[in-house]
Design a protein around this ligand. Sequence first.
Ligand code: C5P
Length: 153
Amino acid sequence: AAANPESAANPEAAANPESDGRPRDVVAAAVIDRDRVLLAQRAHPAALAGKWELPGGRVEAGETHAQALVREIREELGAEVEAGDGIGTPVALPNGLTLHAYRARLRSGTPAALEHLEMRWFTAAELRALDAEDVVPADRGWIPDLCRALEET
Ligand code: C5P
């Protein structure tokens, strides 16, 4: 765990994920509108602050992944989305959680960075131009999947 700067800074990593009774899944939304996908810049922890991610968060007890995705996007971006198919391969996080990405479509509202530093719509070309260092480690491997999804629409 010491090899990952996030686990030291993230309170979640200090809790025992085996015994806290909560699901160990995190969901992230690839909100796609025409030829763009929405990425948001993390505000915390310090090691990840300023890095781009697919917005999302932990699944709560009793929630489906789709329900968690809708709730997280409502909380983080103030918009209503509809969850779609999975995208990319789930990623094992260093804190024992597993991160799953899903496509999502906007149903209503205008997304805004309520809990992030910034949000921005990226085309496939803009995603490819991103420095990997500027994307949170867990999400980096999804860039090619996101580009493919944008280019097939
Ligand atoms: O956003 P939140 O802190 O609820 O996310 C829970 C965990 O999932 C954290 O460890 C966070 O770094 C990770 N995460 C991620 N990529 C995302 C969303 C969350 O690595 N797109």
